[in-house]
Design a protein around this ligand. Structure first.
Ligand SMILES: *Cc1c(COP(=O)(O)O)cnc(C)c1O
Length: 812
């Protein structure tokens, strides 16, 4: 895009203060991701959760001279302001106007699953014949769609954009800014989508996208979809695809191993299909439909389908040798995804950075392409850039850093130059054919098949679900005690800090010190300030929970000794019914009297609910809250100021949100656990405990399996041996048929005694193979179900997964 500030104001009917002739070529809405201020305007985006106006100052410090905002902040001057009525509407109106200037063929993709894969595959199939623009990643929201549309330029011939809706009514806004000529509806899942009452409602909402579409291509396996489209859009060119026979495009037979027979109206042909799971086949049929519509020959289509590359949608970070942090970005390599990868790595604290970058998939206009790549890269302060591939190395002069070049990933590994990198963040960004995972394997600390996989986006999603119960100004403390409930140390805290969590809570001083040493600057409350740790608490700016007179006096004398008592933040714990730690009601006068003589600042006063997750204890819980309210008010009166007050834990947030006070403390809810089934449905599982099958052996009836011969199958069967045992945190009591593991979506019983490092599973005649992935817990079995097998609660399961199980962190 390229508009002057005056044009932006005119297009969106906004007021302008300042210079109307400034050029705007990019709009940033996250001040942390401003890499270059020239030509960039900062949009202070207001959402239900946050106001971008808080970050205007930061944007200006980064050199931004154009601010688009709902309010004009008088304290900031020297910038040009565009004052808008509604910040989101602004970008939507602009995108609508922008798109209307061009005459490109538009394809809009909606549905519940498969949108991104279909969009990426269409792009892979079309870009060599058509100059094509597409949404980056899964940018499909009320904000993502307009940002995608703004990427359109005059030279584009086809635009493929994803459109997502999360609640009824949203599609009206979307279709107003973007009405595709070709509409695609991918799979509609049967799963309940929160905010919608029924599947029919979901379908009715999604198909509104097609109000101006000439052709509608849809997955017709779901009869509700077929019926809806046929009745609403009877006059249009309708093309259905799916696995069922009645579709215009369908799978006829599964031919030999590598091919399936496809019916396209009256024509039949063989399509390559090594991967033949339903989702992949459906997506491939959809590509066939579009290519046929665009008059590709059957031969050309077969070639295109053959060449499709899987679309990985995740970014993985793992600890490497020599204290490196390795970020492997599996997304396809194109300019947009490079930009997004650069945004991601800004979430990490490492100052020294190395980039490994390969040839892009594109083969046209290399000069311009790599000029852009270098420009983008040069804003990032990489100390070392390693280029791989014949194309990109020709442009090495464009990169400002120490540059090394290689023909292939193998050549790089064999050169040993990776072995000298230490203390770096290493970003691996490569096109699929370069097999850049080899480099990751080479750099990784330990390689284990058994991993605890933590999905950081799911954690954020879960926090946001809890936030819907809170007022915008209520603060959130994330409990990251006990190694973040077993999920990891600073990795989670770092991610939460980046997403503006207000407070972190740890159990012991050491845990807080560990976070500080890894660059966490968010305030940290220590719940168990042991007396020998007061000194490091003060040295590392940690904030103790003070629960008794003994602790108060001891801590204060340490503050005095260090001369740090002035306004030192402390947190007072009130005992209201847990009977664990805290000041009781009768101690409050004495407490206030002692505090009056001290110079510390009571940052917060809080209590803890014993039974917020127990529906039978509602009265007890409300009494705890009532006591807390009374005691904290009394304390505030004596102090002469009101500290931040908090009592709710995760289940409290969703059940007792009337009593949120000024802050809440979220723990297990972040991980996706809730006692309330309605809430649970909205949460995502943020942790998966996974391994792979080491061996499968055939065991005949009457022989025995494992220590003490505790399992003797009555019929011949197959036993899968799995490399996790009680030393990994899988308790011995789930052996002998008590617990089950998930393989290929089905559950199989753990048989015999669980060993220290292994356990055995009876897989019978099921089609499972050595090396296949095994789930101890994730979605099936769920963490809750696994905890049931273990006769305990999810908290204990998570904190029992031993440290030798590698934690990996993904963002999807
Ligand atoms: C652990 C803890 C929490 C979080 O509890 P969840 O049930 O995991 O949400 C909150 N407050 C205190 C004091 C805690 O110790």
């Amino acid at each position: 895009m390229n508009y002057t500030t005056g044009e932006l104001a005119a297009i969106t009917d906004s007021e302008i203060f300042g210079n109307p002739d400034l050029q705007v070529t990019a709009i940033a809405f996250d001040s942390r991701n401003i890499f270059s201020a020239t030509g960039t305007a900062f949009l202070a985006l207001n959402t239900a959760k946050n106001s971008g106006e808080k970050y205007i100052q930061h944007a200006v410090e980064k050199g931004i001279g154009i601010i688009i905002s709902q309010t004009k902040l008088s304290e900031i001057d020297g910038v040009t302001w565009i004052i808008v009525n509604d910040s989101l509407k602004f970008i939507q109106t602009l995108a609508k106007h922008h798109l209307q200037k061009f005459h490109l063929k538009t394809i809009g993709v909606t549905g519940s699953n498969g949108k991104t894969v279909v969009k990426e595959w269409l792009y892979q199939s079309l870009y060599s014949e058509y100059n094509t623009v597409k949404s980056p990643k899964s940018f499909n929201s009320q904000l993502g769609l307009p940002l995608s549309l703004l990427k359109t330029k005059a030279e584009h011939e086809i635009g493929i954009f994803e459109v997502g809706v999360s609640k009824p009514g949203e599609m009206a806004t979307m279709v107003d800014i973007f009405s595709p000529k070709i509409g695609i509806l991918t799979h509609i899942g049967s799963a309940h989508e929160s905010n919608f009452e029924s599947q029919s409602q979901i379908i009715a909402e999604k198909i509104k996208l097609f109000s101006q579409s000439e052709t509608i291509i849809f997955n017709g396996d779901n009869h509700l979809v077929s019926n809806a489209i046929n009745s609403v859009y009877s006059g249009r060119n309708l093309i259905s695809y799916g696995l069922k026979n009645h579709n215009d495009i369908s799978v006829q037979t599964f031919g030999n191993k590598a091919e399936v027979k496809i019916k396209y109206f009256d024509e039949e042909f063989l399509l390559p299909a090594q991967q033949r799971d339903d989702a992949t086949l459906n997506n491939a049929l959809c590509i066939v439909a579009v290519l046929k519509l665009l008059d590709y020959s059957t031969d050309a289509i077969i070639q295109k389908i053959n060449a499709l590359k899987p679309v990985e949608m995740r970014l993985e970070s793992v600890n490497g040798l020599r204290n490196n942090l390795i970020i492997n970005d599996y997304y396809n390599l194109d300019l947009d995804s490079l930009k997004i990868a650069f945004q991601f790595i800004n979430e990490y604290n490492k100052t020294e950075k190395t980039l490994v970058l390969t040839d892009f998939i594109e083969s046209k206009n290399l000069e311009t392409l790599y000029q852009h790549v270098a420009e983008l890269t040069n804003q990032q302060n990489f100390g070392h850039i390693i280029l791989i591939g014949n194309d990109i190395v020709r442009f090495k002069e464009l990169f400002n850093a120490k540059v090394s070049t290689f023909d292939s990933s193998t050549q790089l590994i064999e050169s040993h130059s990776l072995n000298t990198i230490e203390n770096n963040l290493i970003l691996l960004k490569g096109a699929r054919k370069f097999e850049i995972e080899k480099i990751k394997d080479h750099l990784e600390l330990q390689k284990h098949d058994t991993v605890l996989e933590v999905n950081l986006n799911a954690i954020l999603h879960n926090i946001n679900v809890h936030r819907t119960f809170l007022k915008p100004q209520t603060k959130v403390m994330a409990m990251v005690k006990a190694y973040s409930y077993g999920l990891g140390g600073y990795e989670i805290a770092e991610f939460l800090q980046h997403h503006h969590i207000d407070y972190l809570g740890v159990a012991y001083a050491d845990e807080g010190v560990e976070l500080r040493k890894n660059g966490i600057s968010t305030p940290i409350m220590v719940m168990n300030p042991e007396q020998h740790s007061y000194e490091i608490i003060i040295d590392f700016d940690l904030e103790p929970e003070i629960y008794s007179f003994r602790v108060l006096d001891l801590f204060y004398s340490n503050l005095i000794r260090k001369g740090a008592e002035e306004d030192y933040p402390i947190h007072l714990k009130i005992e209201t019914g847990m009977n664990r730690l805290g000041f009781t009601e009768v101690e409050i006068d004495e407490l206030a009297a002692r505090l009056a003589k001290m110079k510390v600042k009571v940052a917060s006063v809080f209590s803890h609910l014993s039974s917020a997750d127990d529906p039978d204890e509602d009265i007890y819980t409300k009494n705890q809250i009532k006591t807390f309210n009374g005691v904290s008010k009394k304390l505030a009166a004596a102090l002469g100021y009101m500290p931040v007050r908090h009592i709710l834990n995760s289940s409290g947030i969703t059940k007792y949100s009337d009593y949120q006070f000024d802050m809440v403390r979220i723990g297990i809810g972040m991980i996706g656990v809730s006692p309330d089934p309605e809430i649970k449905k909205q949460l995502r599982s943020a942790v998966a405990f996974k391994t792979v099958i080491s061996q499968i052996s055939t065991v005949s009836a009457g022989s025995s399996v494992g220590y003490n011969r505790r399992y003797m199958p009555e019929v011949d069967t197959r036993i899968a041996t799995i490399p996790v045992g009680y030393a990994d945190g899988v308790p011995r009591l789930i052996g002998n048929g008590v617990g089950k593991v998930g393989i290929g979506g089905n559950l199989y019983p753990i048989v015999g005694n669980v060993c220290m490092d292994m356990l055995m599973v009876d897989v019978g005649n099921a089609n499972v193979q050595e090396g296949e992935s095994v789930t101890l817990f994730n979605s099936n079995p769920s963490l809750e179900l696994f905890a049931n097998y273990c006769q305990t609660i999810p908290y204990e399961v998570l904190t029992s997964v031993s440290r030798r199980v590698k934690r990996i962190y993904i963002k999807d």
